[in-house]
Ligand binder design. Structure first.
Ligand SMILES: [Zn+2]
Length: 422
């Protein structure tokens, strides 16, 4: 492994040497220390953060090949503080994944204050392939990152992961992370050969936490963007905002499901029910169209459900404006296109519903439009209606409740009358 000495050894620098077990982190660290020792006698201190080293003889940097280098232990800020005399130039710390965030922030602070260079080595991921301790914080803080790789114990290919060995058993994600050992307990594996059980079905707490943090960071940045563009009246920008808010909605639901340990589908369902109760209840909107031919005959459709005649129409879809809905229903049910649209009126459908059972039905505002067509023969769409044809106003068939007034008034509007609001 070639390293850029110039970069690593200059002052005010934080270098992280990381990788999986058996990737040569400590070997490289010892090489660097020997380099420093050549011209910087006495001006460096070597530490290990390995919490399992107890006896004095054990406290040293040690490679898996058996090479050692004397060191001091470091657990907290005080352990470092006492060595930060004015002549110190380099701090070297191995097994840095065991240090707390506070110690790392302190080190970063000292790099600036004391003109020192800090070189640390540590595991990037634990045996579960999750960031080990404080190493992800160091990755963010480091000026130089040297990422080493080992050889996979199965295929000899590049290995990025530490495989815990538990006999013939695949290690489980719920096992304790801290179980210090060497070749007796661990080996290096590639993407293909690394094994861990209990991953996808049952995420552990730290995985959930990482997912929630990731989502919250995304939500924060989306909210920030939405705040910047929030005042916009530009329809294109508003569309982007809708997309952003939909994404926030999805992420927040996923966070909720992580926190309360129920699946996200259930959270979405619960939320749907809640939002129904929260929302102000209003009448539903339907549209209808009264289209007239050259002989002033009106086009009616025979409803499949009630076997009576009515104006072509139906529920308004959210993606189209009111007249767009009316024209589309007309065309879908009868194959007829209309011209010279006029607004006939707003009809409160409950007023015309005769039976008691209908009175309990959803309140509906029916928006009726009228116009002309040059079509001679309608083509009924039998999946929606059982018939479609033109009728003279003096020989109308059996009509659905309330349709009579819609037709009568539509003919008046066609001849200059104002819209009707019943
Ligand atoms: Zn492999």
């Amino acid at each position: 492994m070639q390293i850029d000495d110039q970069k690593i050894l200059k002052p005010n620098n934080l270098t992280l040497i990381t990788g999986c077990m058996f990737s040569g982190k400590t070997t490289l660290l010892i090489q660097i220390i020997n380099e420093i020792a050549k011209y910087s006698r006495e001006k460096y201190e070597v530490f290990t953060a390995n919490p399992t080293l107890v006896s004095k003889e054990d406290i040293c940097l040690q490679t898996h090949g058996g090479v050692t280098f004397p060191a001091k232990t470091v657990v907290n800020i005080e352990d470092i503080q006492q060595y930060l005399h004015k002549d110190i130039e380099y701090l070297i710390i191995d097994e840095v994944q065991f240090l707390s965030h506070a110690v790392i922030e302190y080190l970063v602070d000292q790099i600036q204050k004391q003109d020192i260079s800090v070189i640390v080595g540590g595991l990037s991921l634990d045996f579960r392939k999750l960031p080990f301790g404080s190493v992800h914080l160091l990755s963010a803080r480091a000026d130089v990152i040297v990422k080493l790789q080992a050889r996979c114990s199965i295929c000899n290919g590049p290995a990025h992961f530490t495989q815990r060995i538990s006999g013939d058993r695949i290690p489980n994600i719920h096992e304790p992370v801290l179980d210090v050992g060497g070749v007796d307990k661990y080996t290096a594996r590639c993407y293909k050969h690394h094994q861990i059980s209990g991953l996808s079905h049952d995420k552990n707490a730290s995985e959930k936490k990482i997912e929630v943090i990731d989502h919250l960071i995304s939500i924060r940045s989306i909210a920030k963007t939405a705040m910047n563009y929030g005042a916009s009246q530009d329809p294109h920008k508003l569309l982007y905002e809708l997309e952003r808010y939909s994404y926030i909605y999805k992420l927040v639901n996923e966070c909720l499901s992580q926190v309360v340990s129920i699946d996200s589908e259930t959270v979405f369902e619960l939320d749907e029910q809640l939002s129904f109760d929260d929302t102000y209840v209003t009448p539903k909107i339907a549209t209808a169209y009264a289209v007239y031919d050259d002989l002033d005959r009106v086009l009616l459709v025979k409803r499949k459900d009630l076997n009576v005649w009515a104006l072509p129409g139906g529920w308004a879809d959210v993606d189209t404006n009111a007249i767009g809905n009316a024209v589309r229903e007309l065309s879908q049910e009868t194959g007829v296109n209309a011209l010279q649209h006029r607004f006939v009126g707003v009809f409160d459908v409950r007023k015309y519903q005769l039976s008691e059972s209908h009175r309990d039905a959803t309140p509906i505002y029916l928006l009726v439009f009228c116009g002309r067509t040059t079509s001679i023969e309608p083509i009924p769409n039998y999946s929606e209606v059982s018939n479609a044809r033109f009728f003279s106003l003096d020989s109308l068939p059996k009509l659905s409740a309330g349709v009579q007034i819609q037709i009568v008034h539509s003919y008046k509007v066609l001849n200059g009358e104002y819209a009707l609001f019943d």
